[in-house]
Every structure is written in structure tokens, then in C-alpha cells.
Ligand binder design. Sequence first.
Ligand code: BGP
Length: 519
Amino acid sequence: MTTDTTTSATATEPSPAGTTGAFPDGFLWGVAFAANQVEGGFDQGGKGLSQADVIPYRTAGDYVDISALMKVSDAEIATAVASPGTAGYPKRSGSDFFGHWEEDVDLFAEMGLKALRMSIAWSRIFPNGNDAEPNEEGLLFYERLFTRLREKGIDPVVTMSHYEMPLHLVTEYGGWTSREVVGFFERYARTIVGRYTGLVRYWLTFNEINTTIIESYTGGGVIEREPAPGVDPRQAGYQALHHQFVASALATRIVHELDPAAQVGCMLARMSHYPASSDPADIVKAQFDNNMNLFHTDVQVRGRYSGTVRRFWRDQGITVVMEPGDEELLAANTVDFLSFSYYMSLVSSVSPEKYGATGGNLFSTIKNPYLATTEWGWHFDPEGLRYVLNDLWDRYQVPLFIVENGLGATDVLEGSAVDAAHDGTDTRRVHDDYRIDYYVKHLREVREAIADGVNLLGYTAWGGLDIISASTSQMTKRYGVIYVDADDTGTGSYDRVRKDSFYWYQKLAATNGAVLDEA
Ligand code: BGP
């Protein structure tokens, strides 16, 4: 063991917390949300129905099997299509960003944000997805929004597809299992990149692209149906995923062609798997689970499928149809940066029955005895974020971007809009110190990773505003630093109220992270 005089620690330990550098100048502090969860205006401005507009509100039991809440059946879609209005379909009203966007952009500017990660609703541009011409009203909505953001010094970081596609492509084409949808997406990408050249400098193709094989309706618009005899039920998800990889490569080529000054990234729900024990069998299982998560970025950053997933297909009898030239296209059109969401870590074991289970983002996992969990059962693991950042940087050596991280919690609104006891002033407040604590703990680990040498472009906290939850369709699973006065039934004024975390985040951006030393 050697002692390195340049640091106080011995060579075998990570630099102790606190001996850290700072966030780079120009770090992109921001917030993030998705059109299907925030916009509303589902039947306004020429928008067509999307796959998210037919997901009904369901009260859930223990939130362990989340995916049951996220998919819909043919019968449910038929009922939804026949149901006018927003009642019972929370994503139809979202947080009414469609009606409040100017006020919201002013709030983001007041926070001193440098970035807003958001998505475009494909069915606001092509209502049915296969329309000959785009919807000009939709194009104009985002043009005005992006222009206003840039005027305020806020970079839009735009996801082309965030858990939604036109419903027509789901019901008439089978979603992303159809090769034709690749062509419709290519036209959509060419239309939006062409229109917003110079306004949008950061593009993401598919949100959490690994969702498509976990929850195929949400990720790929694939309605769960009985597979043909002898066909693995997971095959539809892998086929849809391959089509998305091809579409992502085509969109990447379009950005590089139409707007070389812009950058395009992929987006992964990074779920790091820790072995439950030092049993080599658990170690190998965790390595496999991590590689089955990371093969998605292997394709989009390295340009090829990994041996792990190819062997998995062989062993499971899963056939993915690739057309001539697909692999060359993937290899020639890799992304400029890697973005990811981080909410928690997971645990792997060859004998999971030995351990209890807990909820998670998209699926449940073995309970980690070293970690606390959130109200929704998600592991609370700030150090895991430092681990993930170093792991991704070492594996790919491309710039990284944390585009989702945050705490879903049931906030309490105190005070009233017109408080008689205070001269009728608005005394509404949300004291969410637990959310500030969450950011502090995670961002300190981010700062450590930057000191470890990780190249990180920015951090966009999930929510910004309170929005409809992707998994549970609740408004009351709140992530924002801005409270939205609405409940799970969509009842409320939709007023915006700055939470205590709003002011803390404002300081975070203003001090480029130095406020982390205060808490
Ligand atoms: C990610 C999604 C987001 C978001 C977030 C929080 O998986 O990309 O859309 O919703 O998770 O999850 P939830 O809303 O289910 O709490």
C-alpha cells in the first residue's frame, strides 16, 4: 500500500467528502418535465390524442407493481376515446402548462435557471402521426415557448419523445413494433429540428429508452396482447426498441445535418444494481443486470449491441428483425452526450426470495438494508449517484447530463390565497425542507464526481412544477419546487405557489452550487 502525499487519504480510498472542487462555469442548472405530464390542453391547438391521454386515473395499492398502472388495454382505450373532457384522465389536463406557460417561464427566469428540459408532444405536431402536413398551431406553440426561454437566457433541452406518441400510431400500427413508425418519426424529427434550428441547442431522442422492454406501452406504445404460439411475450418490446434505436440514429443524423451547432443525446433510466452479497453468484448477477441496463447506451454511444444482450436473445429465443444497413446506421450515428435519470439504486441476487422487496421507478427491487426509502418506497441513495457518474464516464468518456433527479412527496400547502388574518394577502406556503435536503445530499455527491474528473454538462431537477406522475397519474406525488394548486381529480385553481425549495434552488443557481456548503 503506497501513501500519496498529494492527498490526505491513502491511495486505496476515494477522496473524502468535502475536499472537492466546484461546478464548472456555465453549468446548466435547470428543471425538467414532460409534455404528457405538464402541458394539458389535450384537445386544443389542433393536438391529436396521444397514448398518454387514454391512461385512466387508478388508485394503486402498495405501488410495488407500478407497471400495472401504466399500461392500458384495447377496451380501456375504446372507453377513453369515447370520453370527452379531462375527467378521469389526469394527463389530459396535466398542470395546464399550455395555459400558464408564460407565467411559468417567468418563474423559471426568476429562479435564474440556465436550462429547461422539456418534451414536444408528437401529436401536437402530427395529430395522427402519419399526417401529410404538420399542424402549424403546434409548431408555433413551441416556437414561441423556445423563443421566450432563450430571451430569458434559458436553454431548452428538448426530448423528441417522452412516453408519448400519437394514439393513431398505437391503435392502427401497433406502436413501435411497426417499422413504418420509424419513417413517421424521421419526418417528425426533420420537421422539428428544421423549424427550431438555432433555438434548440440540446436535443434528446427517446426518454428512458430502456422503458420499452420494461413497460412496453409507456415506452413503445405497444398494447399488451397474447403473443402468437411459441413467441416470447418480450419479443414485441425488443423489436419496438430496435426500431427506436434506428429512429434515434436517424434523428441524430438529422440534427448533425440540419444544425451542426446543436448537440444530441440519448437518455437512459440509469438503474445501478448492487449485488445483495459477496457471493460470486450475486456479483455476476448484478453485473448482468447492469449490462442489461447499459446495453441501451452501448448502442447509442458506442454504436453497437453488446454481447450480453445478443446472448440473452439467443438463450431466450427472442428474434429481433433488423433490416440491411441498420447496424451500419447505428454505428455511424452515435450521440454527442449521454443523459440519464437517477432516482435510486437497485439490488440483485440469484436468490431474491431471501430478501424483502420495495417499490421503484418502473419496477420493484430487493430492499437494501443500508438505505432508507421514500414515501413511494424508492431507495434513497445519494452516494449511488457519484458511483453512477464515475461508472458512466469511465465506460463511455462522453459528456454526461443529469436530466432527472428529485423527490416525489405529498407536500402540505399552508396559508390561503386571500388571508383575512393578513389583510387579504396570499399567505400560501409549502415548507419542503425534506426536498432541499434531498437536493443537497445528491448534489454534494455530484460535486464529488466532478472532482473525480467526470465531465458533466448540467443538472435538471425533475418536475420544476408539480406535474402528473408518470407511473401513478397522481398530482399529489409532487416533485416540483413550484406548487400547483390541483388535486388528483384535476380540481383546483392551478395557481402556482413558490415552495421553500424554490428559493433554495434560486440560490443554488445564483451561486453555481456554492450554497451546498451552507446547508
Ligand atoms: C421517470 C420519467 C419521468 C418521471 C419520473 C418520476 O421515469 O422519465 O417521466 O415521471 O420518472 O416518476 P413518477 O412520475 O412515476 O414518480
